[in-house]
Design a protein around this ligand. Structure first.
Ligand SMILES: Cc1cc2nc3c(=O)[nH]c(=O)nc-3n(C[C@H](O)[C@H](O)[C@H](O)COP(=O)(O)O)c2cc1C
Length: 198
């Protein structure tokens, strides 16, 4: 199963593009689960170290179902709008809260395959910096980060929304980067995922 995490608090551009990505993966035969931060209660990590002592997070909020999805997944798609040249605070909170996953099992995410999607209102609004944040998180967690490769998707799927849903739908170049990244992600899943059904 592939879990897609939408880091936007709105049902707009990021939600739309991630849904498209998961549809492409379904067409390739993968099961997918969509998890949106929208409407969820996900607090930031408190660094209380409760998880290190008790192997679970002290906060019992909407991370609980996401922890389960992440553990069960073979692949992860993190999608974020650009907020001040980087990922949203909501997606960053999820990354930080996953410290509890690592406390429970150091290898909880190790060996899973990960890809990223970043969407800015500006053409060059920090999409590649955000992608680097996502890939850095993957590397730290033992997730294998993939891009779509050179000639179009160097660091992953990058979109220019012009701040609207209509705008992102018009971004042909963004969708080209998405298709390339989804294809590479799927190839990695098939080749390296021990649980891959394909
Ligand atoms: C607090 C905030 C900061 C933003 N900073 C950036 C930015 O640095 N670069 C950029 O390209 N767009 C920026 N934007 C615009 C959003 O990234 C853009 O509208 C995106 O499409 C929103 O995704 P959504 O429609 O899925 O919510 C910002 C928006 C907000 C609310």
């Amino acid at each position: 199963m592939i879990v897609g995490i939408c880091g936007s608090p709105r049902k707009k551009a990021t939600d739309y593009v991630l849904t498209e990505a998961l549809n492409m993966l379904e067409e390739k035969g993968f099961e997918t689960e969509f998890f949106a931060v929208r409407g969820k209660n996900i607090g930031p990590c408190r660094h209380c170290d409760y998880c290190l002592r008790n192997k679970e997070c002290v906060l019992k909020d909407d991370m609980v179902p996401l922890f389960k999805l992440l553990k069960e997944s073979e692949g992860i798609v993190m999608a974020s709008p650009m907020y001040n040249g980087g990922i949203s605070a909501q997606l960053k909170a999820i990354m930080d809260r996953c410290r509890a996953l690592g406390a429970e099992d150091y290898d909880a995410l190790r060996g899973k395959i990960g890809m990223g999607i970043s969407i800015g209102g500006d053409r060059n609004g920090g999409q590649e910096l955000a992608m680097q944040q996502i890939h850095t998180y993957y590397i730290l967690s033992g997730v294998i980060p993939v891009s779509g490769g050179s000639f179009g998707a160097n660091l992953g799927a990058c979109f220019w929304s012009q701040d609207t849903l209509e705008g992102v739908k018009e971004d042909e170049e963004g969708f080209r980067s998405l298709r390339k990244t989804v294809n590479m992600f799927s190839r990695y899943l098939k080749k390296y995922s021990p649980n891959s059904i394909l």
